[in-house]
Design a protein around this ligand. Sequence first.
Ligand code: CP
Ligand code: NVA
Length: 310
Amino acid sequence: QVNLKGRDLLELDDYTTEEIQYLLDLAIELKRKQKNGEVYQPLKGKTIGLIFEKSSTRTRVSFEVGAFQLGAHALFLSKNDIQLGRGEIISDTAQVLSRYLDGMMIRTFGHNNVVDLAKYASVPVINGLSDLAHPCQVLADYQTILEHKGKLKGLKLAYIGDGNNMAHSLMIGGAKLGVHVSVASPESYEPDAEVVKLSREIAKETGAEIVVTHSPQDAVKDADAIYTDVWASMGFEEEQKIREAAFKNYQVDEELVKGAKSDYLFMHCLPAHRGEEVSEGVIDGKNSVIFDQAENRLHAQKALMAALMG
Ligand code: CP
Ligand code: NVA
């Protein structure tokens, strides 16, 4: 019997395979309820604070709407509008907000901010994206693959591009769920070596294979899903030009996807830059599931909030 009440979610390695599977199943169940018009409000009277140090469309809206649907109230707390932006320390912020709120989400640059918030808060803290990890997105992504393919274990996901927060969480999540993950990045943009090592250790338990290569063609070979993300993440905008040069052979286009299975899923966390990391034909083509992924942010995070704060 899985019980996640009171837990934080900093990255998916915090959770067992069984706990992640439980969240995916719950997300699918809450999606079904919502589609059937069933009201389900286990968080009636509760509150969640959403701290944002970076921009957001999907994360903000899906958390706010999800909290509302579960009966809770969400507060959007832009870093610059709260005292955190004027230098109030995280530990004080965490302890003060814990006196009002039943849960917190934070989107920030340094992953240490997520860790510190969780350390000093007495309520659950959810990572809504840091430079290191984006576990909420990856819960929605594996839910999407599960819905389309009917299973996860033994499938192959190819990630093409920057070895960033998305690559990291997809590797950790894949390792936990038995999904083989091949990451193809240009030299000096590989995923973090510690994360690769951790993913491989986790993968030993599930039989997943975690591969890091410089060859997009090798990575996509017989893949069930091809994932990409922007070349310059939030906070790296000034490197846009250098990165365009470094990543020019890493576009997911009609030619590259020929190496994958014919029923492969094209995936992207969004926002996307058409004509850079992905061609228009691929992202808007018949294999693309980008809007299912975006929708599932709502259902996966409702599962998370209900499990942690319920
Ligand atoms: N994918 C994602 O996290 O989108 P936002 O930046 O719009 O929240
Ligand atoms: N890697 C991207 C993901 C956005 C959802 C970023 O960090 O900007």
